[in-house]
Each structure stands twice: as C-alpha cells, then as structure tokens.
Design a protein around this ligand. Structure first.
Ligand SMILES: Nc1ncnc2c1ncn2[C@@H]1O[C@H](COP(=O)(O)OP(=O)(O)OP(=O)(O)O)[C@@H](O)[C@H]1O
Ligand SMILES: [Mg+2]
Length: 374
C-alpha cells in the first residue's frame, strides 16, 4: 500500500517536473533560437566573398564550382580502388552540367565529394573561390551546407524512416535557424512541400507512407528549402514513373529560372540529359572521356564510349529502333603504352581524353563530320 502511494507520488512529481521543463523550454525557445540565430549570423559573416569575384561568377567569366585533379579511392593496401581518377571540371553559375556514365563510373562519388560526404584522396574542390574540400572550420562547413545541397539517388534509403516529413524537410532550416519564429518555420516547410506538389497535411506522416516518386519529391523539398545556390541532383528522376519524370524535371527547371540555381545533374543515359543540359561530361571508370556543350556533343560525338552511349538512346520509330545496332565500347582499342592520355580541347569548349596520336585521329574525324554535314 505504502509502495503504491509512493509510486503515485513519484509519478506526479515526475510529470510535474516534465511539465515544468516543457513550459520553461517553450518560454525560452524563442530566446534560445534568437541567440543561436545571432551567433550563426556572426559566424556566417566571417565568410565574405569578394564582390568583384561574385560579379565575375555572375557574368560566367569564372566558374562557380571547380573540381581540380580530384581523385577518390576506396579501400587500402592491395584492395585500393580508384573510383574517381584525376577529374577536373568547371561549372558556371545558372547552368545545368550533366555527368553521364554507366553504373559504377564514379558519378555519385563525385557528387558526394562536393557535399563533403566523401573525402578526396587528392585534388581539391573550389566553390566561389574557396576550397571546400579537406579540413574546414565549423563555419566553413556550414557555408557549404547552406550553399550546396544534394538530392540523393536512392529515395528509399535517403530519408530517415523514424522522422516525420515535417522534421525531415525542415531539419536544415532548423539547424541553421533560417526563420524568425515557429510560424515562419511551418510556413516555409509547407511552401516547400507545396512547391514539389505535395500537401501540407503530409507533414505529420512518415516516409514509409509515401511512394517512390513522392519520396523523391520530399528529397527535393528538403534541398530547396535551404535556398541553395548549387544542387547536386543525383539521378533525381530514375526512380520515378515515366509520367511524372517530366513534372520533376520541369520543377527543377522552374527553381533554376526563379532562383538562378546551378545544377550538377547526374544520369546514366544520355537521352535524359540531352534537352536539360547546357554542358555534358561523359565519365567512364572514374575518368572524364569527353566534355562539351550538349548540342556539340550530340552533333559531334568523338570518343568511342560517347558513341556507344548514344547508340543506346531509344529511337521513337519502331522500325528504326528494331534495326538499330548497339555499339559496345571496347576500352582495349586504346594503346596507352607509349603515351598516357589527357583531356585535350579539340574545339572551343569540346574536350576529349586522348594521347597525341589519338588526338590527330579525332581531329580528322571531326573534319570529316564537318564536310559530311556541309
Ligand atoms: N563507400 C564506398 N566504399 C567502397 N567503394 C565504394 C564506395 N562508394 C562507391 N564505391 C565504389 O566506387 C565506384 C563508383 O561508385 P558510384 O556510386 O560513384 O557509381 P555511380 O556512377 O554513381 O553508379 P550508379 O549509376 O550505379 O549510381 C563503384 O565501383 C562503387 O562500388
Ligand atoms: Mg550513383
């Protein structure tokens, strides 16, 4: 009996204490938020981008993001595996740069290196003139998260199953205190959800209650709520039904026009990227083999791997499609025993991986395509 009364007492005291702290928490939540926001703003102010540099980036005179000789390896000792091999590329503000290559070619590894999930083995990544790879201070790290977001390839694995959509979508703005008060946080979260075609009532639900396509949109909402300037979109439409692929692509395009976002768009086949990309980099086994403006690449594909990817594009004519010959790329055709290849500019903005001998052959090929078209 005494034990029962005692337990009751404990129960009430415990509840009271909990209630008391909850009350204190809600009373001070705004104050704590305000304090944290001010602290974050002070730290953010430590990163100043030179206005002259900003102007040059806006005018596309300088790239917004550059990869310089990036190499990424996994494993160690005898088992070391080079997933990305000496990749250098520049991406300019407001453009859609697509990275295309077969499964395992290192596309996601590059994307994850940009958002600092994968460390580099060598090389560096520069964003707005600042190195963002390697060891960074806490506020530099936050600068990267605020500016660069990634839409992950696998919507089934990239959402926290135990968190509500509200938590998942607003986690970023919560961590950075990118709102003035709770009302604004809710408004921003709802707006992000609506902008990707979902509904505010979805906020209290959990990821498993959504289809693959909806989960992909949740991933997009989570990225765009941060109002990033740069988005790594890793196969954002591969998991979607054909019918909603165009919707998601249009959505990404809309954000680009409205907010001047720059995209690194990752895909494994060329057909998807043709009409959405300004420039395309073709990657094979961790190496860029060809890089050019989208139309240039489709009109003058030179590298045999690019040509094999193009032969795989479906043709919307059943007879032509049936008679189409798939070209299989055989890397043993390159003889690099005497001279190693490097990325060379064959025509303005059109780069190809070749040694001197191959380069002359590619030049001849380019000329012959030109004369054939004339
Ligand atoms: N964390 C890791 N540990 C070990 N190996 C890895 C890791 N991440 C990637 N790899 C390996 O690096 C290579 C490149 O992988 P990555 O995921 O970048 O390919 P991908 O081009 O994105 O392919 P997909 O089109 O299938 O998504 C693969 O061989 C993969 O097995
Ligand atoms: Mg991938």
């Amino acid at each position: 009996m005494i034990k029962k009364v005692f337990m009751r007492l404990i129960y009430f005291v415990k509840n009271d204490v909990r209630y008391f702290f909850k009350k204190i928490n809600s009373m001070f939540r705004n104050k704590i938020d305000q304090y944290q926001r001010a602290k974050l703003q002070l730290e953010d102010a430590k990163i100043q981008i030179d206005p002259e540099l900003e102007r040059k980036i806006d005018n596309k005179e300088l790239p917004i993001l550059s990869l310089k000789n990036v190499t990424i390896t996994f494993g160690s000792g005898k088992k070391v595996f080079k997933a990305v091999d000496d990749v250098s590329l520049d991406i300019y503000k407001g453009e859609t740069f697509s990275l295309v290559g077969e499964s395992g070619s290192g596309k996601t590894t590059i994307g994850k290196a940009i958002v600092r999930i994968n460390p580099l083995t060598s090389g560096e990544i520069i964003y707005k003139g600042r190195r963002i790879s390697g060891k960074l201070s806490k506020y530099e790290d936050r600068f990267v998260i605020r500016n660069i977001q990634m839409i992950f390839q696998d919507p089934a694995a990239s959402l926290n199953e135990r968190a509500t959509i509200d938590y998942i979508v607003s986690e970023g703005i919560y961590n950075f205190k990118l709102y003035e008060n709770e009302k604004e946080r809710v408004r921003k979260t709802e707006e992000a959800l609506i902008s990707v075609g979902l509904l505010p009532e979805h906020l209290t639900r959990y990821p498993h209650e959504f289809s693959g396509g909806q989960r992909q949109r949740i991933g997009i909402a989570r990225s765009i709520i941060m109002e990033p300037q740069f988005i790594v979109a890793d196969e954002p439409i591969s998991a979607l039904d054909v019918s909603i692929r165009a919707q998601v692509l249009n959505l990404l395009k809309k954000f680009q026009i409205e907010r001047g976002i720059t995209y690194l768009f990752i895909a494994h086949d060329l057909s998807v990227v043709r009409f959405i990309s300004d420039r395309i980099g073709v990657i094979y086994k961790g190496k860029i083999v060809e890089l050019a403006e989208s139309e240039e690449l489709f009109s003058y594909p030179l590298h045999p791997y690019t040509i094999s990817l193009m032969s795989a594009i479906p043709i919307p004519d059943p007879i032509l499609e049936k008679n189409k010959k798939l070209i299989v790329y055989d890397p043993s055709i390159h003889d690099y025993s005497e001279e190693k290849p490097r990325l060379r500019e064959i025509r303005k903005g059109h780069f190809i991986l070749a040694n001197s001998k191959e380069f002359i052959e590619y030049q001849k090929k380019l000329e012959s395509i030109n004369t054939n078209q004339a």
